[in-house]
Design a protein around this ligand. Structure first.
Ligand SMILES: NC(=O)c1ccc[n+]([C@@H]2O[C@H](COP(=O)([O-])OP(=O)(O)OC[C@H]3O[C@@H](n4cnc5c(N)ncnc54)[C@H](O)[C@@H]3O)[C@@H](O)[C@H]2O)c1
Length: 380
């Protein structure tokens, strides 16, 4: 059977454009026997003049949105532009008969979101929002455990997405701090992720009570001029769910010491779960049905090593036992070597480092065989 060759037209090539392009390019490494091939066929950005220079280092072709939509060989439009651009781009893509992948948040109002959802439904096309954190193995395992009833009835939750990016008053506002482009503030940017996480794991929301915070009312704007902050920099939410659970959600860029801290803590009648995106290899699970006697028995939080155990057909590479992030070390290693070849310098660890490791291992074997302490060269 010939594989379907999916051709993707991308809109926007900032942080997320690169993340999506990376994902498409590397799919064959992560999923064995893909039933399709996929490629980014062209990228349109806000500045056609600068697009070529932006995308060329990634082997991608600059183009325009109009060209992508008019091209019948383009199957999918992948929207990685600022939030206010999403709705119109989705409508144009659907009108052109394309499948659509759109970054979060889908729209910038409830009415817009509902309209887009209805259009997607009527189109019959595959339309998805990028709530990527659902696909972390530990989050997938959390969902399984909840669906299996291992938490019993969920009673409470605390979830947060914390960054420190608005703590510095001197830092100029970007578009995510400008409600005219972001559509909202941190509630849209980080809050959408954490609300999706709670809803994905615990179920539908029935009521919310919210409080917004702007840490610094005056900043330097995107044009370098003085500017009044118009978007929340932290948002605090109390939420009620249909299952009866009550909990809190915090989205904040005013959290000094936080890097990319998405966390959840979910408590039920039979068990509890804890997760932190900064330690994504692990899911903590408390099983209240485990024996608590004698002296605590075996009851307590267990760190489940979800690591890279992505369900099939993923999980063959990197090895399922590899921690989330292991592969990044290989990218760094390859970069250090190639940079040394191209630019000169020492590609540490050198062969001399390798030889020392060999000598240590040989001494270790010799010691194991003789039962004697073995002194290494230069040692005493
Ligand atoms: N899922 C995630 O983890 C995650 C993380 C960050 C951002 N996002 C979302 O991704 C989207 C993009 O965010 P980003 O951080 O990549 O932004 P960014 O500022 O880094 O990049 C935005 C890109 O869009 C381009 N652009 C702007 N207007 C355009 C238009 N009308 N047509 C074509 N291109 C246009 C810009 O030139 C730029 O290349 C946002 O919706 C944001 O909420 C998602």
């Amino acid at each position: 059977m010939t594989k379907q060759n999916l051709r993707i037209g991308m809109l926007g090539f900032g942080a997320m454009g690169k993340a999506h392009a990376y994902a498409v390019a590397n799919l064959p490494y992560f999923y064995s026997e893909l039933p399709f091939t996929a490629a980014i066929a062209g990228v349109a950005t806000s500045s056609p003049e600068r697009a070529a220079a932006k995308v060329a280092p990634y082997g991608l072709a600059p183009t325009t949105e109009a060209a992508l939509l008019a091209d019948p060989t383009i199957d999918i439009i992948d929207i990685c532009t600022p939030n206010i651009c999403h709705a119109d781009a989705i409508k144009r893509a659907l009108a052109a008969g394309k499948h659509v992948l759109c970054e979060k948040p889908l729209g910038i109002s409830a009415a817009e979101g509902a309209e887009l959802a209805a259009l997607a439904e009527a189109s019959g096309k595959v339309c998805r929002v990028v709530f990527n954190n659902r696909f972390i193995p530990a989050v997938m395992r959390a969902k399984q455990l909840i669906d299996e009833g291992r938490l019993g009835r969920i009673l409470s939750f605390h979830a947060a997405y914390l960054h420190n990016s608005c703590c510095d008053h001197a830092k100029p506002a970007g578009w995510k701090q400008n409600a005219d482009i972001c559509g909202g503030g941190v509630l849209f940017d980080l809050g959408s992720h954490v609300i999706d996480m709670v809803r994905h794991l615990c179920g539908e929301f029935t009521a919310v009570t919210g409080m917004a915070q702007i840490g610094f009312a005056d900043r330097t704007g995107m044009d370098g001029q003085p500017w009044q902050t118009n978007a929340d920099e932290a948002f605090y939410l109390m939420a009620e769910l249909a299952c009866g659970a009550r909990g809190t959600i915090v989205a904040s860029k005013l959290s000094i010491g936080a890097s990319d801290d998405l966390t959840f803590d979910i408590r039920g009648t039979l068990g509890a779960l804890r997760f932190s995106l900064m330690e994504p290899s692990w899911l903590e699970f408390y099983d209240a049905t485990a024996p608590g006697d004698p002296i605590g028995g075996v009851r307590g939080f267990t760190r489940i090593e979800c690591v890279g155990r992505t369900p099939a057909p993923g999980g063959m590479f990197p090895s399922p036992k590899a921690s989330v992030g292991w592969l990044r070390g290989h990218v760094g290693s390859m970069y250090a070597f190639l940079d040394a070849v191209a630019c000169g310098g020492t590609a540490s660890p050198t062969f001399a480092d390798g030889a020392v490791i060999n000598a240590i291992m040989e001494a270790a074997y010799a010691s194991a065989q003789s039962g004697q302490r073995v002194v290494l060269e230069g040692g005493r």
